[in-house]
Design a protein around this ligand. Structure first.
Ligand SMILES: NC(=O)c1ccc[n+]([C@@H]2O[C@H](COP(=O)([O-])OP(=O)(O)OC[C@H]3O[C@@H](n4cnc5c(N)ncnc54)[C@H](O)[C@@H]3O)[C@@H](O)[C@H]2O)c1
Ligand SMILES: [Zn+2]
Length: 360
């Protein structure tokens, strides 16, 4: 079992490994009632968790939410609040969110807002949920006007990543989540890249030790970056704070939007990272070998590395809407060398040329 401590205003542990759920009883100090929030597809693990809780003498309130992103609505949160109130939940009770990042986001937000905050535990069942949503304490729901527009910072008491729960995850979901793991390798941790290059097949096997180490290392990277930049200030000079987690996301978000969110997030940021590498080769002296390494690592994870479906002008317009943009000048997180992120405002020429290089 691997355990990473997330240093934040309320420090907590992310426990990773087969059987991580066995840690749940240790988190029940004084708890009388536990609400287990999950989508139908995760009924089996939710049942296991409920049985474990009941065996430890707590009352269980099962709360089914819609699948994935469909749960991140004000209506679903209101239903969760009312169910908690009807069951007399108090601040000494607990919410457990079981699912992908969407489910843990809505469960965490319900816990953050009910009675101005009750404790919660994240049980992520996707790779993205484990390495991204479970670290950093952000919880949120969507509005018709945009994603994640309403939310709160509310750290879980712990995140339990039981790799047995990821066994039924479709291969495409696993690979998409591994894009964020590869990102952590490119911006910060060379061991991640080595682990993937050494054995790409085992890297996608969710119950392998290699996979557990990859998840743990990605969690450690995000945790260290978030701890170093708790207030989410923007970069100062050459120091890059939380923004570096956005590596590959400027072009990635533009593609996601252009494709009306039919692409998985990780697939879009994979292309975005190759674009960032090409841009860095033009503006920041990134070596051709490192650009090639981006393509190699992502291909080994069956992730896309090129994109030509959109006219350049359409993507350029979407990039202007990125939250890092100041005025009309887009700002990109780039690498001037491997594991060394910098923030750069490239010229229009560079932006265009880099697109020609990924539009193969
Ligand atoms: N809070 C944060 O800091 C943070 C960070 C990154 C992403 N997010 C959020 O995370 C969400 C994306 O997370 P995601 O990629 O995990 O998507 P998701 O939560 O939508 O899950 C993807 C799909 O897989 C299903 N699923 C989940 N676990 C499964 C399993 N073990 N077996 C079979 N099917 C399973 C889900 O029900 C869903 O249909 C977005 O809403 C995003 O905003 C939050
Ligand atoms: Zn991302």
């Amino acid at each position: 079992m691997l355990e990473i401590n997330v240093a934040s205003s309320h420090p907590y542990s992310v426990v990773i490994g087969s059987g991580a759920l066995r840690k749940l009883p240790e988190l029940l100090d004084g708890v009388v009632r536990v609400a287990v929030v999950y989508p139908t597809v995760l009924s089996a693990p939710a049942g296991t968790i409920s049985a474990l809780l009941q065996a430890n003498g707590v009352q269980v309130l099962p709360l089914v939410v819609p699948e994935g992103e469909l749960a991140k609505t004000p209506a679903v949160v209101a239903a969760l609040w009312q169910a908690l109130a009807a069951a007399d939940f108090t601040r000494s009770d607990l919410v457990v969110g079981v699912g992908g990042g969407a489910t843990t986001d809505v469960a965490g937000f319900a816990a953050a807002s009910y009675l101005r905050g009750i404790p919660w535990v994240a049980v992520p069942t996707t790779v993205l949920g484990a390495v991204d949503a479970a670290v950093g304490g952000k919880t949120a729901i969507d509005l018709p006007e945009g994603k994640n527009l309403v939310g709160a910072f509310h750290e879980p008491r712990a995140a339990l990543v039981d790799l047995e729960l990821l066994r039924k995850l479709p291969e495409r979901e696993v690979c998409s989540g591994l894009a964020e793991v590869a990102k952590a390798g490119l911006i910060s941790d060379p061991a991640i890249l080595r682990l993937i290059l050494e054995d790409p097949d085992e890297s996608r096997d969710v119950v392998s030790e290699r996979f557990a180490e990859l998840v743990a290392r990605a969690v450690a990277v995000k945790s260290a970056v978030v701890a170093g930049d708790l207030t989410e200030r923007t970069s100062l000079g050459t120091m890059v704070g939380r923004e570096q987690l956005n590596y590959g996301h400027t072009m990635g978000h533009a593609i996601e939007t252009y494709e009306h969110f039919r692409w998985r997030h990780g697939e879009a940021i994979a292309v975005g990272m190759v674009y960032a590498a090409e841009l860095a080769a033009i503006t920041s002296g990134l070596s051709a070998e490192t650009v090639a390494l981006h393509r190699d690592v992502l291909r080994l994870l069956s992730l896309p590395t090129s994109y030509s479906a959109a006219p350049y002008e359409a993507l350029r317009a979407l990039i202007s809407r990125d939250k890092k943009t100041r005025g009309t000048t887009p700002r990109f997180v780039l690498l001037d060398q491997l594991q060394h992120p910098v923030v750069v405002s490239p010229t229009e020429d560079a932006l265009n040329t880099a697109y020609q290089r990924i539009a193969l």
